[in-house]
Write a protein that binds this ligand. Structure first.
Ligand code: SF4
Length: 375
């Protein structure tokens, strides 16, 4: 059976954070029961096209999936078991906002088979959390983490953001230092992006939002890598660090350009060399009037480009052997131009048979990776 990752998009949040442009709605919690029904009906609908697959990972992302009650998570997970083949070693992640959980809820999630939590912590200074529009304080983030441990979770990620408005290097180090004391198994750290259409973007345009600047942000990233390495976390992707054996298996599916099914509003799937995506219209989705609204059959050149673009995000880079097995060509024969552009300056390097970004390459990863989309 072919392996498959399964993603559920849960587009509900208690409040919209000021930096976020994800597909989610605040104050629509009353729609959650109907939304869960729609997800279950989609599972049934797509199960036929996935009968040769075995689900290895399930990821409930959002939005704020931890708004869902244990009964709602149970309805989704039992529908997965009913309609799909599943691995006996499933990784099941639920993204959680510390402001939406209780000990009872987390204990129930665990008993349903959820074995990984991903906490949006972002920062541990209350003035930053407030400026970002987060609904929790630093103290509540720590309490949430401790509750998850008490409930029995042994695989927890914390999401952090650096480069926040007026954030100092010292504050960033402080956040990292505190989170390291909690000893999560996995840490993701992302540089803040100002996304069009968000309150942060409006403030930035009006000149009332001051960012730390490129140099400090680069120092924050380097400091983060250094701190986490010293504490025994392996960097396995540009923004992701894990204790050995705790890499996020679901996200590895994306970075290795393998197959996944995305269920729910705006979710994207990649199956049988075809990408398709779901409607972003909540009302039509709930009424069952729209599901997948577009699809694209990927030509081999595009599949190669995406394999490089995603794989170069990984520290291990892209394996020439896997590339050859998949496409019948060697990386250096397809991407001669890009390799000779970035290798002499040390931005790209070969580690054994894998083509990788160096540390300096990772600092300008987006620029280099873009070059691989077109052969
Ligand atoms: S909780 Fe997450 S998805 Fe929701 S608005 Fe905030 S950052 Fe966006």
């Amino acid at each position: 059976m072919k392996p498959l990752g399964l993603y559920f998009h849960i587009p509900f949040c208690p409040y919209r954070c000021h930096y976020c442009d994800f597909l989610s709605f605040a104050k629509h919690e009353e729609e959650i029961p109907a939304y869960v029904k729609a997800l279950v009906s989609d599972l049934k609908f797509f199960s036929e096209s996935c009968r040769d697959y075995e689900i290895r990972t399930i990821f409930l992302g959002g939005g704020t999936p931890s708004l869902l009650s244990a009964e709602q998570i149970e309805a989704i997970l039992s529908a997965v078991q009913t309609f799909f083949h599943t691995s006996c070693a499933l990784e099941i992640t639920v993204e959680s906002n510390p402001g939406t959980i209780t000990f009872e809820k987390l204990s129930s999630y665990l008993s349903l088979g959820v074995n990984r939590l991903s906490f949006g912590v972002q920062a541990l200074q209350n003035h930053h959390l407030k400026r970002m529009g987060r609904i929790h304080t630093a103290e509540e983030a720590e309490q949430g983490f401790n509750l998850a441990r008490k409930a029995g979770f042994q695989n927890i990620n914390t999401d952090l953001i650096f480069g926040l408005p007026n954030q100092t290097l010292e504050e960033w180090e402080n956040t990292l230092g505190q989170v390291l004391q909690w000893a999560p198994e996995h840490i993701s750290m992302y540089g803040l992006q100002i996304e069009e259409g968000t309150p942060f973007s409006a403030d930035y345009k009006q000149g009332i939002l001051t960012l730390p600047g490129e140099e400090i942000e680069a120092s924050m990233y380097e400091k983060g890598i250094e701190f986490l390495r010293e504490q025994g976390y392996d960097q396995y992707e540009i923004s992701n660090f894990a204790k050995p054996g705790f890499e996020c298996r679901h996200n590895l599916i994306y970075w290795m350009n393998e197959e996944y099914l995305g269920i729910g509003l705006g979710a994207v799937s990649y199956l049988n060399k075809k990408r398709f995506w779901m409607t972003r219209n909540l009302l039509k989705y709930l009424k069952g009037e729209e599901r997948a609204i577009g699809e694209e059959v990927l030509p081999v050149e595009k599949e190669m480009g995406e394999t490089m673009m995603l794989g170069l995000r990984l520290l291990q880079g892209v394996s020439n052997l896997s590339f050859f097995n998949r496409f019948g060509k060697k990386i250096q024969d397809v991407y001669k131009k890009q390799i000779s552009k970035y290798s002499p300056s040390g931005l790209l390097e070969w580690k054994n048979e894998n083509l990788c970004l160096s540390l300096s390459g990772m600092m300008i990863a987006n620029e280099i990776i873009q070059d691989f989309i077109i052969i």
